[in-house]
Design a binder for this molecule. Structure first.
Ligand SMILES: Cc1ncc(COP(=O)(O)O)c(C=O)c1O
Length: 423
């Protein structure tokens, strides 16, 4: 890289060649070109440093330049970058599957690896449909998700968003249905399953919805579990964002004590150091596949399923979460932030504050006002995400008390300023 190039020069090249995900096709002049990072801070090409209160894309759960993870990746890539899992295996994949089984067990034992959250959900959906077919009900193909959920951007992921949605279109695969979530109580899902339960393969739920940090009430999650059991439906918990510590426990489902049949994880698993996703199922789901002599197991996979270097990163991430007691830190910093943001409830323009662990949203009366809060915070060196009317905080789990204090101070000040604007 040419070290003399600043933001403006790099963005000129970007504008000509790069196609960004999730954004207008043209980059804006304030696009942050990240060059380096350390702890919770990231530095742009002009040398300006920001406190990253959104962990890159909710994935940098250990912040930047986490030495043990960097070293584990360097050691593995030098020794054996990967080895194909279709007809073989490698040590990091074996050990990481064992580790996840120990953490998510005793019920959840079997892990299938992929590269991203969308792929994890895609695999979870295929497993659920195959499972029902093997048990003699191929007509059970419907996949039910909740309003405001997000399960990825592949064809199946887009289909779970329901219509109308910016990520689905008329050619989106069918067999996907969305129903109202806890805002309408368990009755909406119950009603749907009373009519269509016998055609349904799986229900997909995020323990905390990544779009706006809506925490699923524990009795709601228990109700979903009961309905799934009653109708022979698999419960898929999408913990792509919540898995591996974000809510203050290793998995979000542990707050309610509700075990899924299939658990999908990704972002926090390799903490943004490398791409990795995982689907962990119960032994029962695995054995149903295994018992089917007509089908050679799960006919699905990716070249990089169980990539050795990615799995080595995953092992180092889990070690670091445990050795640094980051679950306890996540709970403490989350409580600190929620308490410090409490005065915002006085502002008429703030309609809600909610969250769990280090996944917190401040909801404004309008999207434009939330966008303004994001901009004001960024001008003062703190990065947050804006989703609709929500200003979403998802800082790294290594956040210090002083950094949490800075985030809440900047958010209070930005929200107060933005509240004065008449739209
Ligand atoms: C809950 C949830 N599921 C699935 C995904 C998709 O993951 P990916 O972007 O890695 O494909 C995301 C990503 O934001 C997510 O938050």
């Amino acid at each position: 890289m040419n070290e003399t190039e600043g933001q403006a020069e790099l963005l000129a090249v970007d504008a000509e060649y790069l196609w960004h995900p999730w954004s207008p096709s043209r980059v804006s002049p304030d696009t942050l070109v990240a060059v380096s990072g350390e702890g919770c801070e990231v530095t742009d090409a002009d040398g300006r440093t920001y406190l990253d209160a959104k962990s890159s894309g909710f994935n940098a759960t250990l912040g930047y330049a986490c030495r043990p993870v960097v070293d584990a990746i360097a050691a593995q890539v030098a020794k054996l970058m990967t080895y194909d899992m279709g007809e073989g295996a490698n040590i990091p994949a074996i050990r990481l599957a064992q580790r996840i089984g120990e953490l998510a067990g005793p019920a959840l034992t079997r892990t299938f690896f992929c590269n991203s959250g969308s792929e994890a959900m895609e695999a979870a959906i295929r497993i659920a449909r195959f499972y029902q077919a093997v048990l003699g009900s191929p007509e059970r193909g419907l996949v039910v998700s909740l309003h405001n959920g997000y399960h990825g951007a592949t064809m199946a992921g887009a289909a779970t968003a329901g219509a109308p949605s910016p990520i689905s279109d008329e050619f989106t695969p069918n067999g996907f249905v969305t129903v109202p979530g806890p805002e309408e109580g368990i009755g909406a899902l119950k009603g749907f399953l009373t009519d269509h339960g016998r055609r349904t393969a799986a229900v997909l739920v995020e323990p905390v919805q990544s779009r706006g940090a809506y925490v699923m009430p524990e009795d709601y999650l228990r109700g979903v579990r009961e309905l799934c059991d009653e109708h022979g439906i698999l419960l898929v918990l999408d913990e792509v964002t919540t898995g591996f510590g974000r809510t203050g426990l290793m998995f979000g489902y542990q707050h309610a004590g509700v075990q899924p049949d299939i658990l999908a994880t990704s972002k926090g698993l390799a903490a943004g150091y490398i791409s990795l996703g995982a689907v962990t199922t119960t032994q029962h789901v695995f054995e149903v596949f295994d018992s089917n002599k007509k089908m050679a197991g799960f006919v699905h996979g990716h070249t990089h399923s169980g990539h050795a270097t990615a799995c080595a990163a995953g092992l180092a991430v889990i070690d670091h979460i445990e050795s640094e007691q980051l679950l306890a830190n996540t709970r403490a910093r989350g409580e600190q932030l929620l308490a410090a943001l409490e005065p915002l409830r006085e502002l008429a323009r703030v309609t809600d504050i909610r969250g769990r662990g280090l996944m917190i949203a401040v909801e404004m009366d309008r999207s434009r006002r939330a966008a303004q809060v994001r901009k004001l915070m960024r001008d003062n060196g703190v990065l947050v995400r804006r989703t609709g009317k929500n200003v979403v905080l998802a800082p790294p789990l290594i956040l210090t008390a002083a950094e949490a204090d800075r985030i809440s101070r900047e958010l209070l000040s930005a929200a107060e300023k933005a509240a004065l604007i008449e739209y």
